[in-house]
Design a protein around this ligand. Structure first.
Ligand SMILES: Nc1ncnc2c1ncn2[C@@H]1O[C@H](COP(=O)(O)OP(=O)(O)OP(=O)(O)O)[C@@H](O)[C@H]1O
Ligand SMILES: [Mg+2]
Length: 406
């Protein structure tokens, strides 16, 4: 191990789940599990030590997070792993944290759900000119989280925790897509989604831009576990779609089959409408009671920003082949995802008629996209209708003929 190692307990609230060595730079060494607390050990690391090392590595903010390099420099951290350790690995999405051996800290005094913090790290990723004022130093300067986009956790006047997200590049479309998705779910009368609101953020060049924010769907009583982590509890075959393994794990953990398929059917069809190409396994989660370990169902749909052709230049929007769209999800081709849908009627295509005026808030050059986005969305809605009438649209003559094993 590089760097001097120190011993920490991995804590689940006040339960010591293992004792582990962590070096200055955040690397994990030896791990001694507390067998009497095995049920509280992170699901992602239960299978073996290698998996647990991966679980720990995944807990740090990805080094590829936009703005992370600048934030590390300004806060004098050598890596996102050292920022993780320095902030006791505390998160606003679950109840795990670390306690240095020999200290006597409690969850009540440490957790970010009820104790004050300033996510300076996150702040710098959003606003790179943010002045770090050491006089206002709080005990924690970073709440760990996943994802590539710049983001920060904040505390509202009423004490609620919320996350602010920025955008890649110059446009605000990813944030506006979250607002668009919110509107779509509201019109459907569906309740299992995360509500995103537009907010002003500092964009590159010191101008005011538009980001989005959402309230924390976790708390001291509700934590979230990603589909990716759940999948680490089972063996999967190479190239196998994760849909069925994930379903097996969820049912084994006590989720009703109907709850699984209804949520997935709805999410797959609304993602299809919005051409969300990023429903990867960290963008689906389940919720769990951290005390009883009971699975409470899926986390409300979140992270729908990589959709609506956000990364397609204007000139290429006319050449998009609807049945050839690639996605990062259970399978590679978007239209093939529809094969998983059990009940095609859980989305109402009539109620999916949308108002596109939210995109008028984008930067001036991007606004010419609006009629094109509307046209593409309407094509998708038409295809969804055909699908709902019984047509297996992935078998379209435009699409690959090779039968997919799903
Ligand atoms: N409202 C919320 N409450 C609690 N946890 C959340 C909330 N929203 C997101 N998270 C957690 O934070 C992580 C990152 O958020 P999100 O997926 O929105 O970011 P992202 O940077 O857009 O991700 P990606 O890299 O997939 O594009 C999620 O995977 C989830 O674990
Ligand atoms: Mg994400």
């Amino acid at each position: 191990m590089s760097g001097r190692a120190k011993e920490y307990y991995l804590m689940h609230k006040d339960i010591r789940v293992c004792l582990m060595e962590i070096s200055d730079d955040g690397a994990l060494g030896n791990v001694r599990r507390n067998e009497t607390a095995a049920a509280h050990f992170p699901l992602g690391g239960q299978m073996n030590n290698m998996k647990f090392h991966e679980w720990w590595r995944d807990r740090a903010i990805p080094k590829t997070r936009h703005g992370a390099k600048n934030a590390l420099q300004k806060l004098n951290y050598s890596s996102t792993e050292s920022a993780l350790v320095n902030n006791l690995a505390l998160s606003l999405s679950d109840c795990y944290w670390i306690m240095p051996r020999g200290e006597d800290l409690t969850w009540a005094d440490m957790n970010l759900f009820t104790n004050d913090f300033t996510d300076v790290f996150g702040e710098i990723t959003i606003n790179r000119d943010y002045m770090v004022d050491l006089r206002e130093k709080t005990r924690f300067d970073c709440a760990t989280s996943q994802g590539e986009l710049q983001k920060k956790w904040c505390i509202a006047d009423d004490g609620r925790r919320y996350m602010v997200k920025g955008n890649y590049g110059q446009s605000y479309q990813q944030s506006l897509n979250e607002i668009f998705a919110t509107e779509l779910h509201e019109r459907q009368g569906f309740s299992g989604f995360t509500h995103y609101y537009p907010v002003r953020v500092q964009a590159d060049g010191n101008i005011e831009g538009i980001g989005c924010m959402c309230y924390d769907f976790c708390s001291e009583e509700i934590e979230c576990i990603s589909a990716w982590e759940l999948l680490q509890t089972v063996k999967t075959r190479q190239n196998e779609s994760f849909y069925h393994p994930l379903k097996r794990v969820c049912l084994e953990l006590g989720m009703a089959e109907r709850d699984f398929t209804e949520f997935m059917d709805y999410q797959i069809m609304t993602d299809y409408l919005m051409t969300n190409t990023d429903r990867h396994m960290n963008n689906i989660s389940v919720l769990r009671n951290p005390d009883t370990l009971e699975i409470l169902g899926f986390a409300p749909i979140y992270d729908s920003g990589n959709s609506m052709f956000y990364n397609v230049p204007y000139e290429n929007l006319s050449q998009i082949k609807m049945d050839e769209i690639k996605t990062h999800s259970f399978v590679e081709k978007e239209s093939h995802l529809l094969q998983y849908v059990r009940d095609r009627s859980v989305v109402d295509a009539d109620k999916a008629e949308m108002d596109f005026s939210i995109y008028e808030k984008d930067v001036a050059e991007r606004r010419i996209r609006i009629p094109k986005l509307k046209e593409l969305y309407e094509k998708k809605r038409e295809r969804l209708r055909e699908f709902q009438k019984g047509k297996d649209i992935w078998k379209s003559r435009y699409s690959t003929r090779r039968a997919m094993r799903i």
